[in-house]
Design a protein around this ligand. Structure first.
Ligand SMILES: NC(=O)c1ccc[n+]([C@@H]2O[C@H](COP(=O)([O-])OP(=O)(O)OC[C@H]3O[C@@H](n4cnc5c(N)ncnc54)[C@H](OP(=O)(O)O)[C@@H]3O)[C@@H](O)[C@H]2O)c1
Length: 215
């Protein structure tokens, strides 16, 4: 499956078209399964610059056209908050198929998830394991570890299962073959009490960049 992203420097109608063409060439393919606008902002502008909204709307128009032509099989966004999505829904022909955002028990984005559910936008979680750091606070969290002991799985598996049981898809990153296997072996379930314990870990703490500042 081929997935690619529009970089902030390529926001805008023509630049977006050129970026997709460059991705097709680099991937040596004539279609891409899923193409996402990586960030609601454009490079070189202050976060509160009103031109971000126009540029990302222009990029979206280009993606809609490429979708209609069959060059892109699905189109989406990433790091869009409710205001960014609402603006897009007000003007688009096709709603985003996917919004890829940071979601894990410390940063659950409930309002955004509910908004996406209402508008049938699939939420894909990133940084499910707390991103690449020496010791991820999520992986050593006592509640996550307690649940992991209860189900006989690893903390990473518990975090991924928590996301899946909230109807999110996950894209854990690993350079370790054992971890990669583990991250696919998710044939178990968390009970209501275990889900509630993990839901109780919300602390509005994110690990990656914060797009809420982008106008
Ligand atoms: N759209 C965006 O703006 C955005 C932003 C951030 C990330 N992402 C995407 O999201 C994906 C994942 O998020 P992320 O990069 O933040 O990292 P992540 O998946 O939250 O965490 C990766 C870290 O977890 C470790 N790990 C993986 N599986 C493990 C396991 N089973 N047990 C213990 N440790 C494990 C990895 O180490 P090992 O290598 O040793 O396994 C690595 O240090 C990436 O592919 C990235 O492209 C997107």
């Amino acid at each position: 499956m081929e997935v690619s992203w529009l970089a902030p420097r390529s926001q805008g109608y023509e630049r977006c078209q050129a970026a997709v063409a460059a991705s097709l060439k680099a991937l040596q393919t004539d279609y891409i399964d899923l193409y996402l606008i990586h960030w609601p902002g454009a490079s070189g502008l202050e976060p509160d610059d009103p031109r971000h909204a126009q540029l990302r709307a222009d990029s979206w128009r280009a993606l809609e056209q490429l979708l209609a032509e069959g060059t892109l099989r699905a189109i989406g966004v990433s790091n869009y908050g409710v205001p960014h999505l609402q603006q897009l829904l007000d003007t688009c022909q096709t709603a985003p198929h996917v919004n890829q955002v940071e979601v894990h028990p410390y940063f659950q984005q409930k309002e955004l998830r509910e908004f996406c559910e209402r508008h049938k936008i699939h939420v894909q979680a990133y940084s499910s394991l707390g991103t690449t750091v020496e010791v991820s606070p999520l992986l050593v969290d006592p509640v996550v570890q307690q649940v992991a002991r209860e189900v006989g799985r690893t903390p990473a598996q518990v975090l991924l299962k928590w996301a899946l049981q909230h109807s999110l898809s996950v894209i854990p990153k690993s350079t370790n073959p054992q971890h990669m296997r583990e991250n696919m072996e998710l044939d178990f379930s968390l009970n209501d009490q275990q889900m509630a314990l993990l839901d109780g870990l919300e602390r509005n703490t994110k690990f990656a960049w914060d797009s809420r500042v982008v106008a």
